[in-house]
Design a binder for this molecule. Structure first.
Ligand SMILES: O=C(O)CCC(=O)C(=O)O
Ligand SMILES: [Fe+2]
Length: 334
């Protein structure tokens, strides 16, 4: 059994040694794969330690991200996010309101009441001619930004493939079953900055959050958080539970498309970012996190994974094109 990273109100999020999947004995590998799959089938969330992404590189990526957010607003706005199809660039605080509501009018109402207290910068697969990435100038504080982010993108892409292999092994299907579905790397690297905020802001607006409750859309999300706290995951009994940071772990959660792909045997669980837990301050410091949203290839056709249904009529969803699904979801969010 894996240790628990989080355990409260019927929510158990396992802390899994992923090194044992990558480099362990055959038994270690199978046992770890089972832990990964069980975590996604129950909490919808897992914590991974001992991934190939080193602590020193991770910290370099966080430092590089912070330098981008320190740029003047007009420079950041010159890289503004434009369309759901491209899903690249900078979003100023209040621009995106993630929400469980899908109607655009409702999202607009929500956005004007309690905007998310965050700014983000999104990077997609490099080299897509019709959707170029935005890159800050390779000079001054942001010199080295592009090679750092491209390297991180590619390390995360590789980790996605390995986590999908663990799911396959857990399911008892061919370890490489998902490889051809995820090899292109149609993923999104999102840098997040939650600016420092006075405690008073939360006190005077009980509904105020740093990021509203939502599920992610794709296959899995690799979430790298700093030590500030505030991430919460919804338990089966409906309570939001702190997903307390554990140094050098990667929080991984299943997204809606993986839930659908697994015929709802895997859970895509609601989560949000709220006022940090240690409230004995006048002002909370800034929080930084990085979400790497993994998706099946844009062109992949997604229908129930073998073994997640016994008979045709047990398939809960019709097949769908991955890219169409994601654009549809993103269109409702911005
Ligand atoms: O910042 C975090 O810890 C969570 C971010 C998140 O859930 C998202 O961007 O989808
Ligand atoms: Fe999320």
């Amino acid at each position: 059994m894996a240790d628990a990273a989080v355990k409260a109100e019927g929510l158990t999020i396992p802390l899994i040694d992923f090194g044992k999947f990558l480099c362990g004995t055959a038994d270690d590998k199978k046992e770890t794969a089972n832990q990964v799959l069980n975590g996604f089938q129950n909490a919808g969330f897992i914590y991974l330690k001992n991934t190939p992404i080193t602590p020193s590189f991770r910290s370099h990526v966080f430092n590089t991200s912070a330098k981008f957010f320190k740029l003047p607003m007009d420079e950041k706005m010159s890289h503004a996010w434009t369309t759901p199809e491209a899903n690249r660039g900078y979003s100023a605080p209040g621009r995106e309101k993630v929400s469980v509501l899908k109607a655009i009018t409702d999202v607009t109402q929500l956005r004007s009441s309690n905007p998310d207290l965050k700014e983000t910068f999104e990077i997609g697969r490099e080299g897509q001619e019709d959707m170029p990435n935005h890159w800050p100038k390779e000079e001054g504080e942001t010199s080295g930004f592009k090679p750092t982010m491209l390297e991180f993108f590619s390390q995360c892409k590789a980790l996605h493939v390995e986590v999908m292999r663990a799911i396959a092994v857990g399911m008892g299907i061919d370890e490489k079953y998902f490889d051809n579905f995820v090899d292109v790397g149609d993923n999104t690297l999102r840098l997040l900055h939650y600016p420092s905020v006075k405690k008073e802001v939360f006190k005077s607006n009980p509904g105020q959050v740093r990021a509203g409750e939502h599920t992610d859309y794709g296959s899995i999300t690799l979430l790298f958080q700093d030590g500030r706290g505030g991430l919460q995951v919804k338990s089966p009994s409906g309570e939001f539970i702190n997903a307390t940071p554990i140094e050098n772990t990667v929080v991984v959660n299943a997204g809606d498309l993986l839930a659908r792909w697994s015929n709802d045997t895997i859970n895509s669980t609601l989560h949000r970012v709220v006022e940090p837990p240690n409230g004995d301050v006048e002002e909370y410091p800034a929080r930084y996190s990085i979400a790497y949203f993994c998706n099946p290839n844009t062109k992949a056709y997604i229908e129930a994974i073998p073994g997640t249904f016994a008979a045709e009529e047990e398939k809960k969803y019709s097949g769908i094109n991955s890219g169409d699904y994601l654009v549809q979801r993103l269109t409702a969010t911005y």
